[in-house]
Ligand binder design. Sequence first.
Ligand code: FEO
Length: 395
Amino acid sequence: MAIREIKGGVFSIGVIDWDRRIFDELIPLPNGTSYNAYLIKGREKTALIDTVDPTKEYELLANLQKLGVENIDYVISNHAEQDHSGTIPKILELYPDARVVTNEKCKEFLIELLLIQEEKFLVIKDGETLPLGGKTLEFIIAPWVHWPETMLTYLKEDKILFPCDLFGSHLATSDLYAIEECMVYTSAKKYYAEIMMPFRTSIKKHMERIDGIDVDLIAPSHGPVYHKPKFILDAYEDWVSDNVKNEVIIPYVSMHGSTEKMVDYFIHALMERNIIVKPFNITKTDIGELAMALVDAATVVIASPTVLAGPHPSVVYAAYLVNALRPKTKFVSVIGSYGWGGKMVEFLTETLTNLKSDVLEPVVIKGYPKPEDFKELERLADKIFMKHKEQNVFK
Ligand code: FEO
């Protein structure tokens, strides 16, 4: 990645990964990603904030060489996950005087994951500062902004917040700043859904603290830098809030068309009640799109045929994922079809216990849907309409 000076003595020196298409062997990356690292040159000391994924180590090293960096005093590790920490061992090898500056928990992780020697660390506590000469770093320990060891670094004089994963986006772009707001908003929302949503309560608490900091730039470790911090702070305030939208998400699978017929009918029944519907055929959908839809939907209705007495395995995967992502969904239900019986509803409702949602009476029918089954779908649509009205989500 090109080296760009974002403020006097503060350089963006990370790497764009244009071709990466999956993260953690789970999260689709349709637009690639970046691993941002920042070099801060103070009058006396030089600090590197985070590193890059080890697959791109050579690009970070080339940037340091291009900048003529002969000495690094501190490597600030905001988060131990390897896409940011994986190149720390190489940096320590090339800059043997460097100390890894992080909190106690992150130090433990870095020793375990990267086998970094204990004497290489300088352990800091929440609120502690580190002078570089005309530039001062302040550390904000913010656990569970992905992992339990996460922290943010604030460069006081330049008012730059380096939050690592928080506020990031999986977006490979040559734009240093979040200029294409629509594109960045969508990428950041998807990223929030996939990475941050399970930690909504912790983030909400950390946001109160971040709101009290005077910030000119937010420089995350994935995606572009926010030159208008309000853009991403407002978006997060909305996503972490308890407010839901007038939306029903329908993850579904159909084998011989019965469940699909029910889903089709149900979509129209909801649309006729002015409810936004987002169906996702699990066999075809990008799971990231489903995650993003879950950020603010009031209701999730899972639709499945019965396979060997339970839900279709693809639906089990989707339900497991929905439960793990812990969206703020208020209501859940199940629709679907069976041939000779089963425990599909029990299985799915027991899978979704993290959601703390009200379960609306499911519609599970025998065989292909008949007129009385469509009436039941109308009943469920009415119930959802009423529940959404009580939530004040109609505009
Ligand atoms: Fe970008 Fe949790 O690592």
